[in-house]
Design a protein. Structure first.
Length: 131
């Protein structure tokens, strides 16, 4: 994805997804939706990214994939960061952190810390300073 092959990745996901759905392979449908959501994010197609990630999240809930669900939430936070919606991205990251740490891992808090140190909030409109 990071090597400029986003179009190829999307084409592969688009061809695989109907076959996986026909086979009722919900685990791989969830994986493809998560990955395709990330590709859409890199392409700044935020609506498509969010749709895929939300569907992947629903599948995680249905399949009992708690850790994968945490990763979905983390990617939703990333999409909100790209959109410049810092309050919503923080909310998503904390939700993902709750899920991921419940699975015995460390996740979004570290991501959030790294993003804020890199200046992610600069993308959002800054409130006017009070006198």
């Amino acid at each position: 994805q990071l090597h400029g092959r986003l179009d190829e990745a999307l084409a592969s996901y688009r061809s695989a997804l109907p076959e996986l759905r026909r086979a009722d392979d919900h685990l791989w449908v969830q994986r493809v939706l998560l990955n395709r959501g990330v590709v859409y994010g890199y392409r700044s197609e935020f609506g498509a990214a969010e749709r895929d990630l939300r569907e992947a999240g629903r599948l995680c809930e249905q399949l009992g994939l708690e850790l994968s669900g945490g990763f979905v939430q983390e990617n939703l936070g990333w999409i909100d960061t790209l959109r410049g919606d810092v309050p919503m991205s923080v909310e998503q990251y904390w939700l993902s952190e709750t899920i991921i740490t419940a699975c015995g891992m460390t996740g979004a808090a570290l991501t959030l810390l790294c993003l804020t140190r890199r200046g992610a909030p600069r993308r959002a409109a800054r409130p006017a300073r009070r006198p």
